[in-house]
Write a protein that binds this ligand. Sequence first.
Ligand SMILES: Cc1cc2nc3c(=O)[nH]c(=O)nc-3n(C[C@H](O)[C@H](O)[C@H](O)COP(=O)(O)OP(=O)(O)OC[C@H]3O[C@@H](n4cnc5c(N)ncnc54)[C@H](O)[C@@H]3O)c2cc1C
Length: 291
Amino acid sequence: MSLLLPTSLDEAVGMLGEHPDALILAGGTDLMVEINDGHRRPDDVVVAVNRVPELRSWRHDPAAATLTIGAAITYTELLSDPLATFSPALAEASRTVGSPQIRNAGTLAGNLGTCSPAGDALPVLAALDATVTLASAAGVRTMPVREFMTGVKRTAIEPGELIVEITVPTARGWQGYAKVGVRNAMVIAVATACLVVDEADQRVALALGSVGPTIIRCEEAETQLGGALDWATMTGTADDLTTFGRLAAAAARPITDHRSSAEYRRHAVGVLATRLAGRAVAAGRRSPVGA
Ligand SMILES: Cc1cc2nc3c(=O)[nH]c(=O)nc-3n(C[C@H](O)[C@H](O)[C@H](O)COP(=O)(O)OP(=O)(O)OC[C@H]3O[C@@H](n4cnc5c(N)ncnc54)[C@H](O)[C@@H]3O)c2cc1C
């Protein structure tokens, strides 16, 4: 096995052009487990991308109201300021990932590259309508993250391509993430939800994790809550929030596995959606729109 250590994006892209089937290694918190368990074989070439400066940087564009996060930015960076202020739900999800060691090594692109339905960053990226930028010797392309995630541990990435960066809108209202697992820390999710409130456009976005083959957006629930909220006072009735949770549960496509039954997952995700909506309304009352 050869381990290649590019120190620039051009060099990384060149190496992947020469070795399109090379394994890309970032923090290694998923990949090394798979190699150690014999599920993946490093074959000839591994390209380690976490020393590439372009992938280790981020930028905020105030005019476009976007945050662009390099592929090799870690959870520890995402949950700390200034990134946590620009993208609070991503910070909240990052806090729930693994242990400090995993959060120091694990990256956003690694979560996307693995594309587990339980990946904690993924519902946040889906709710934010994030885009992912990929590079290869053939050029650069950008696609919605929801098109990038094609199924259980399946993505739209092509051989020879790598994730360069992920772009999300900066917060324009309350956003939050909630997770249910079999214990409180170091846990793979049984059900997750991310709610993003866009006060400027008066709409909400809800994405669910661990309750389907990939992340699920809940359009019916989003339309219901967006229409039910009083945006001037940021209030909603208890019935509105309960209906939102019920529509979220109806959108789930859970399975029964060793972590949970499908029935529990569907129930849990409905509870998470209602709680998130309750938190959004409570936060909105503390700082009403335009205040
Ligand atoms: C003990 C433990 C606890 C964990 N807890 C959680 C948890 O609570 N929540 C959670 O979501 N995950 C958890 N994980 C899984 C893992 O930490 C995350 O999925 C993490 O985001 C993976 O990032 P990484 O940088 O380590 O990726 P790697 O392991 O380096 O790579 C993962 C995949 O992404 C690909 N990849 C990486 N970077 C790129 C790139 N730039 N372009 C293209 N492909 C790329 C790799 O080829 C590989 O297929 C845990 C893992 C362990 C070992």
